[in-house]
Design a protein around this ligand. Sequence first.
Ligand code: DP6
Length: 326
Amino acid sequence: MKITARAHTNIALIKYWGKRDEQLFLPMNNSISITLDQFYTTTSVAFRDDLKADSFILNGIEMGGHEVDKISRFLDLIRQTAGRNEYAIIDSVNNVPTAAGFASSASGFAALAAASTKAIGLDYSGSDLSRIARFGSGSACRSIYGGYVEWNKGVRVDGTDSYAMQILEESKWDLSILSVMVEARQKKVLSREGMTHTVKTSDFYSGWLETIDADLNLAREAIHGRDFEKLGTVLERNALKMHATMLGANPPFFYWTGATLDVMHTVQELRDSGIQAYFTIDAGPNVKVICQPKDEMAVKERMQQIQTVREVFVCHPGPGVSYIGE
Ligand code: DP6
């Protein structure tokens, strides 16, 4: 049977940065994110007994090598759990323009987890899906749910208690999330490598771990109380702290360009002029600016005026994983 599922990207407000177990994708700390409405991946999976290998089609093109290996490794887990050995045809379409600066791995693995488990006959709940999506990419476990989501790091060594939960539904608090794309000609350090190197070598990583619970508490309180200033203050501080751990690594590294700093300064200027806007940055040079919908137009216009900004995409809180055609 062919099953089709869709999952949306998410942006972390309190970051996942560092693993305590790399094989099991177990994080050092909890993280909190917003699932976004605009960008998503739609994936169909059909297991068949006449195939000699998995076949992975992405945006209409048959993939090979590393791309298909990643998917096959993930499906091996599903096959093992279900006690089956058929290969699959995976057809995936990414509505996550690379230009929008969001990684498609979160939405990609969340959609693949939902489609493949159902196609193989496993009856999985949200938390089961979140737990298995984690094995594709840690942040994918948060994309199973819509709205405001927390990934509980868990304490067990086998990782069975490490999965995400919804904190607040998407319809309960609207915010504007602007993805501000900057000009970038930078060598990429993948987030996976960046976090491993940071955990191993950063003098500041202990400070990250010592203060993360306070950040998580503030973010949770702010979300439950719909307190935008409180949320904005802690999310911006948390992002800067994550980037500070990279500056303290040996050798140090950073993702920012001059344009990244232009956007950061402009957000702070906006605040000085009385408009509440805050920024967060992941493992790349682009900036996500978060504001209230009433200020969205003003913030967007101001971002577009920055000479080093290429494009601005606007998102709002979006839904969790869904099955298509049912
Ligand atoms: C900076 O989920 O991409 O975006 O688990 O190794 O696949 P892997 O890493 P990934 O890391 C995301 C890091 C981040 C922060 C976040 O999304 O929480």
